[in-house]
Design a protein around this ligand. Structure first.
Ligand SMILES: [Zn+2]
Length: 183
């Protein structure tokens, strides 16, 4: 996986979120992506709940080691330089807990508008966030190719008042930024 992620570049959707943050319209990003592209684009507050691919992690002593090209080429499992324990990618694997959930829940309590972007909104616990925002009286804007939250049959978050911005987020998010500028 690491090899395919290297060389990926932020796109217009990542850039749009940086601009929203710069305008004071975006407080933080919660992402299931592990590609680090939000930070690369310039977003400053990003929760990577599934971890990231830029480091290796020692489960024994907690050390983080930057993932270098040499380490990727190495044939055998890299080991921690402090304790010798085998290192694993700093991503959340099946069976492990997602990251930063407490901090995210604290933030989401004050969320007045949640953008759901390019997500199937079906992987928990991130999928639970729209319902929490709604319960607290916040609004939801869904940016997807096909409606997921806004379509009928999505349980408690399924409401016609969820604003649905249909299309490729590379196109729709820059439009959203422009609309915010002109507002
Ligand atoms: Zn270690």
């Amino acid at each position: 996986m690491a090899k395919t992620l290297i060389g990926a570049k932020p796109n217009a959707a990542h850039q749009a979120l940086v601009e929203l943050e710069g305008m004071g319209r975006l407080h933080c990003i919660v992402t299931q992506n592990i590609d680090g592209l939000h930070q690369q684009a310039g977003s400053s507050r990003v929760f990577e709940i599934h971890g990231e691919h830029r480091h290796l992690h020692c489960l024994q002593c907690g050390d983080l080691l930057p993932l270098s090209p040499e380490l990727q080429q190495a044939g055998d499992v890299p080991r921690c330089k402090h304790c010798g324990f085998p290192l694993k990618p700093n991503v959340v694997l099946f069976g492990e807990s997602v990251r930063d959930l407490e901090a995210i829940h604290a933030l989401i309590a004050d969320c007045d508008l949640l953008l759901v972007i390019g997500s199937s909104a079906q992987v928990y616990p991130a999928a639970a966030l729209p319902a929490i925002v709604r319960r607290n009286g916040g609004r939801i804007v869904e940016c997807n190719r096909e409606p997921v939250l806004s379509c009928a049959g999505y349980g408690e978050t399924s409401r016609s008042d969820i604003l649905f911005l249909q299309g490729d987020v590379v196109q729709t998010l820059p439009l959203l930024v422009r609309a915010c500028r002109e507002a």
